[in-house]
Design a protein around this ligand. Sequence first.
Ligand SMILES: Cc1cc2nc3c(=O)[nH]c(=O)nc-3n(C[C@H](O)[C@H](O)[C@H](O)COP(=O)(O)O)c2cc1C
Length: 161
Amino acid sequence: MKILMINGTMRKGSTYQVGKLAIEEIMQEGDQLTELFLPKDMPEFCRGCAACIRESETRCLDYLMYMKRFTRMIDEADLLIFTSPVYVMHVSGAMKALLDHYGYRCMIHRPEASMFGKQAICIVTAAGGGIRSALKDIKDSLLYWGVARIYTLGVKVGTSG
Ligand SMILES: Cc1cc2nc3c(=O)[nH]c(=O)nc-3n(C[C@H](O)[C@H](O)[C@H](O)COP(=O)(O)O)c2cc1C
């Protein structure tokens, strides 16, 4: 099984550690894990041109530099693991910027068929509030992409410095 971990922070703090613990529980011999970190692996904001929706995702100004590679990795994975710390009751801005780039993949636009056979886990950590809304931020996108099974895990942690 190919596992792709998409981290909404570059810190290897609580969120990353919780994600890795979950992966340790799941991974079996022969599984392959790839890790991506935001914003490093996709540092751009959506410009709102909507060329991806109206024409093709290859028209996105971020396609050649970042999205082509990112999308290939997502499409090849069997299990997607999204992790994000809660920032002001929601996912990190870096995670939101990535999800925005996949607006074209929503059911009402151009869903990608391989999503219907994938599973995903959404993991967020917070010091107090916002776990539910941040999990929803990720889950909403994955639902609209058509991911077959989506699991969520929210963990309260101490503030990390
Ligand atoms: C800018 C910022 C905003 C935050 N907003 C919230 C929040 O709304 N609710 C909350 O419970 N924790 C909030 N936190 C705390 C983090 O969610 C929490 O410490 C998280 O586990 C940090 O993950 P990390 O160790 O992977 O960086 C915030 C932290 C930062 C840096």
